[in-house]
Design a protein around this ligand. Structure first.
Ligand code: URP
Ligand code: ZN
Ligand code: ZN
Ligand code: ZN
Length: 472
């Protein structure tokens, strides 16, 4: 089956150009100058599916490198399954996710990966890969890393936060980084000083500061900066490439920018919540409302100017990717577990559906350029996680994961509007986007078509990933 997308502007990190796109089966086979050749008009006449993209952007499907579908966490489980979460992602123009398989201390990482494959199998509407969380660094899990790399799971996340749950001490981090350096795997880090945070949390609760706002103040930026710096030093010592997930403090980014300036293989991911939302406005919302925005790292103070600095670091390139850290919980029954004690609120925000739109708004607002939007949301995540050029680019030979994005369209985010995630609230209720995801193709199949969902559970395939490409 062939599909011909004509009249649109193809956007890549290196530029934008009016080009028609020919898809054969599940791959892109050609980009053609519009209407310039007889070949073009023949194709229009003979293609099975014709898509008019006049006045619209033709971009690679979004690659969200950080999601947690149905992850057991904080005494409950993230509310999107692989089925509901990937359907919502598709609606929002994301065609690949990389989710996290979770190893708890004592378990085998091979077994945890197998159980995540089982959860996802037959459920996904779009393609999915896995990172592996190592919750218990020991000689067995370290030995298992090379095995997972061979199976296409080429990145491993450690936690400097959550003592007693996923926490790794500095010796464990050092050993895992040595193994990552040996295998070429990417080390991902949740960089917050969890030991110090737990003391501040205990003190806040003892003082009676139990509201969601104090989740933010007890996870102080100093403890993100400190952990980020420590991770960078350990990575430098071992030679492991380091990817710091969900960076929210401007001071942590300064650490990363300095290391990158010195030539170190260190990368930063941030998320839309840290660019748009704040400690004062969201976490500090009246009564228990702020629980909707409890996540870690936390939303930062707007008065301190973190949000503007994060946008700036996207422009400088020191923020390498934008992912969602999609980890949704319903307000009723889940977030409510922490009424009277913020430390019992399950940590996470769901936004897998809205990343492409929210970041496009950054283009409209003059925060970033059009090409940078595609770069941080599609192309660089694909390269970072060993999926390029199959994913992340509209080019011959690539998977036909394509989004037709309408810059004249509008999207209102809210539970009664564009919401397909399995959450009973939206973290962006009422936000209006000056753009719209019109059509989404996953490997050549139209899965969203102007407000109609045509995808199906089981269409998505596991993406066996290569080692990360050298991005510095
Ligand atoms: O609050 C968050 N970020 N929840 C998901 C787990 C993690 O640390 O990424
Ligand atoms: Zn984390
Ligand atoms: Zn996460
Ligand atoms: Zn539209």
């Amino acid at each position: 089956m062939t599909t011909f997308i004509h009249g649109g502007t193809v956007v890549s990190p290196t530029g934008s150009q009016q080009l028609d796109v020919l898809v054969d089966g599940d791959r892109i086979v050609a980009l053609l100058e519009p209407g310039s050749t007889a070949v073009g008009s023949d194709l229009a006449a003979t293609s099975d599916v014709l898509i008019d993209a006049t006045g619209k952007y033709v971009i690679p499907g979004g690659v969200d490198g950080h999601t947690h579908m149905e992850m057991p966490f904080g005494g409950t489980s993230a509310s999107d399954t692989f089925e509901t979460g990937t359907r919502a992602a598709a609606w929002g123009g994301t065609t690949t996710i990389v989710d996290f398989a979770v190893q708890n201390p004592g378990g085998r990482i091979q077994d945890s990966l197998a159980s995540w494959h089982e959860k996802a199998s037959g459920q996904c509407a779009i393609d999915d890969g896995f990172h592996q969380i190592i919750g218990g660094v020991d000689s067995d899990s370290l030995k298992g890393m090379a095995e997972l790399v061979a199976e296409g799971v080429t990145s491993f996340k450690l936690f400097m936060a959550y003592p007693g749950v996923f926490y790794s001490d500095d010796g464990q981090i050092l050993r895992a980084m040595q193994t990552a350096a040996d295998t070429g795997a990417l080390m991902m880090m949740h960089a917050e000083n969890g030991i110090a945070i737990d003391v501040l949390v205990e003190q806040a609760i003892a003082r009676g500061d139990t509201a969601p706002y104090f989740h933010g103040t007890s996870r102080a930026w100093q403890l993100e900066e400190e952990a980020t710096h420590r991770a960078i030093m350990l990575a430098q010592l071992t030679g492991a490439p380091l990817y710091v997930v969900h960076v929210s403090a401007k001071q942590a980014l300064e650490q990363i920018a300095t290391a990158r300036g010195a030539g170190q293989n260190v990368f930063a991911e941030t998320c839309p919540q840290y660019l748009y939302l704040s400690l004062e406005e969201q976490l500090g919302a009246p009564s228990f409302e702020g629980a909707k925005w409890v996540c870690s790292t936390p939303l930062r103070s707007r008065e301190e100017g973190h949000q503007d600095e994060l946008w700036r670091y996207i422009r400088t390139g020191d923020v390498t990717t934008v992912a969602t850290d999609h980890c949704p919980f319903c307000f009723q029954g889940q977030k409510e577990m922490g009424i009277g004690d913020f430390s019992k609120i399950p940590n996470g925000i769901g936004s897998v559906e809205h990343r492409m739109d929210l970041m496009f708004q950054g283009v409209v607002d003059g925060r970033i350029g059009l090409e940078r939007w595609v770069d941080v949301c599609c192309t660089t995540p694909a390269r970072m996680f060993g999926m390029y050029p199959r994913k992340g680019i509209v080019a011959p030979g690539a998977d036909a994961d394509i989004v037709i994005y309408d810059p004249k369209g509008h999207t209102t985010i809210g539970v009664n509007d564009t919401h397909h995630m399995n959450m009973d609230y939206s973290a962006y209720e009422g936000v209006r986007i000056d753009g719209h995801v019109d059509t989404v193709l996953s490997r050549g199949t139209v899965i969203v078509d102007g407000g109609e969902y045509l995808g199906r559970a089981g269409h998505g395939r596991f993406v066996k990933r290569d080692l990360s490409q050298n991005l510095i």
